[in-house]
Design a protein around this ligand. Structure first.
Ligand code: GDP
Ligand code: ZN
Length: 458
């Protein structure tokens, strides 16, 4: 059992108005009392109250920070333990000073994800919800954020638990019939099993259909903007980056070397290829030229091919068109503020109309249309269905697939009149996979693995 007290900075690293230090565990209130001076005593305060005062060094009396301290007593806190949160107003250095002082009092620095892990181990949230907390931290767009939020609230967990419950009922039903194996009962049971299995399979399928979309929303559509020099690729990149900043642009506390830049276009997160150079150099794509951009193409989910409305098509553009025709491509005809000189019908013969976007980056026209075209391409216009439960976590997808194939096995077996206790094994295996998804019977190491993905302080 984890009964020690842990602390960490819970707000993202970097410049911010305030920073919060979170302390959780049995000693949190007592220790906060030692270093926090104000008119009262924290251990006398009721739960869920906020107090103004100063962090003061207990031996020297030195005032370190002006703070607000929040007390949340067990079990009504995120971890279900006694939690104290210290909100500091100064920059990162004074926060660090307060944290050092807290740790000097004999508290351990929390491991990444340890607060959430405690919430899970103490039964406050299940595993799918805990993982959704990771997603929340990393969400690249409003929509990804909403999906993750729904998972934190437990909508996926709820569906999975209901499914599991129905599988248990099915297993119980089968169990009864194993004990009374008269012929007609068996007939009935086979039909019953097939019915129940196919209903459950349908449901799993529905969840899985959303998986690819959820993944895209979570991780961003890997996008390559390609085209000849001077068609307006940089201008488009800049226009996208300026007006459509992702709500989270960097990921504090994680181990990634590269901070990825995301662009949020009408709620669709785009992960621009080679965006590391986006800020420093004018344009990566142009520097590496058409030949190199053809290799960038292979990695992309989405290709935005920019052509100049004001110029006839070049030979290498025609080759590029052949390369991207069969891919998820949107063609941008840029510079429509200038006279038309390109062969639009040549392009229209090769791409459906809804994939061709006329644009003037200069006049800021057509960017929204581009967003709609991409939304149509990846979500078939389905993006607005708010009450869908998205499955966006790779581990969840994997488990749902295994649960589904076990049920398909059971279905086939029932169809072929395999002995019922054999069918029972498949159903049970499906039930177990779903159990793993919500965190029943997960091995210690998996739990550690999952929670180690968290940022410090979460
Ligand atoms: P890149 O080489 O493809 O990255 O093209 P740039 O973004 O550097 O743009 C090349 C030139 O075209 C610059 O002078 C831009 O100002 C200009 N340009 C970009 N978009 C438009 C547009 O929509 N209309 C007009 N008239 N000029 C544009
Ligand atoms: Zn450029």
């Amino acid at each position: 059992m984890m009964t020690d007290t842990i602390a960490a900075i819970s707000t993202p690293a970097g410049e911010g108005g305030i920073a919060v230090i979170r302390i959780s565990g049995p000693d949190s209130v007592g220790i906060a009392d030692r270093i926090f001076s104000y008119k009262g005593k924290l251990s006398d305060e009721p739960t869920h109250t906020v107090h103004y005062g100063h962090i003061t060094h207990p031996s020297t009396g030195e005032r370190i920070e002006e703070v607000l301290v929040t007390v949340m007593l067990a079990p009504r806190s995120f971890t279900t333990e006694d939690v104290v949160e210290i909100s500091c107003h100064g920059g990162i250095i004074s926060v660090k000073k307060v944290l050092d002082l807290v740790l000097e009092q004999g508290i351990r620095l929390a491991e990444p994800g340890e607060f959430t892990k405690r919430a899970f181990l103490n039964g406050r949230i299940d595993l799918a919800q805990a993982e959704a907390v990771i997603d929340l931290i990393r969400a690249k767009s409003d929509r990804a954020f909403k999906i993750a939020l729904k998972q934190v609230e437990g909508s996926l967990s709820k569906q999975v638990k209901q499914l599991r419950h129905r599988l248990v009922e099915l297993m119980a039903h089968i169990e009864v019939n194993i004990d009374y194996p008269e012929h007609d009962v068996e007939e009935l049971t086979n039909a019953y099993i097939r019915d129940k299995c196919s209903a459950a399979i349908d449901e799993l399928e529905k969840l899985l259909v959303t998986a690819e979309q959820g993944k895209i929303l979570r991780e961003g559509i890997v996008t390559a903007i390609v085209g000849r020099p001077n068609v307006g690729k940089s201008s488009l990149l800049n226009a996208l980056a300026q007006d459509n900043k992702a709500i989270v642009t960097d990921i504090p506390g994680t181990t990634r070397d590269v901070i990825e830049e995301y662009v949020n276009l009408n709620g669709i997160p785009l992960k621009l290829l080679d965006t590391a150079g986006l800020r420093e150099t004018e344009d990566v794509v142009e520097r590496i030229g058409v030949e190199r951009s053809r290799t960038a193409l292979t990695d992309a989910d989405l290709i935005v091919l920019v052509l100049n409305w004001n110029e006839p098509l070049h030979e290498d553009e025609k080759r590029l068109i052949e390369d991207v025709r069969d891919r998820q491509t949107v063609v941008v005809l840029n510079k429509t503020d200038l006279p038309q000189r390109t062969d639009v019908s040549y392009i229209e013969r090769r791409f459906p109309a809804e994939r061709i976007v006329r644009m003037s980056v200069k006049e800021q026209e057509g960017i929204e249309t581009l967003g709609r075209a991409i939304g149509e391409l990846f979500f078939g216009g389905q993006l607005e269905t708010n009450d869908m439960t998205y499955v966006s976590n790779v581990r969840h997808i994997h488990l749902l697939k295994r649960a589904k194939s076990a049920l398909e096995e059971a279905y086939r077996a029932a169809d072929e009149r395999v002995p019922i206790d054999m069918i029972q094994i498949d159903i049970r295996s499906s039930w177990e996979h779903l159990g793993e998804l919500v965190g029943d019977a997960v091995g210690e190491s998996l739990i550690d693995q999952i929670f180690s993905q968290f940022c410090l302080g979460k």
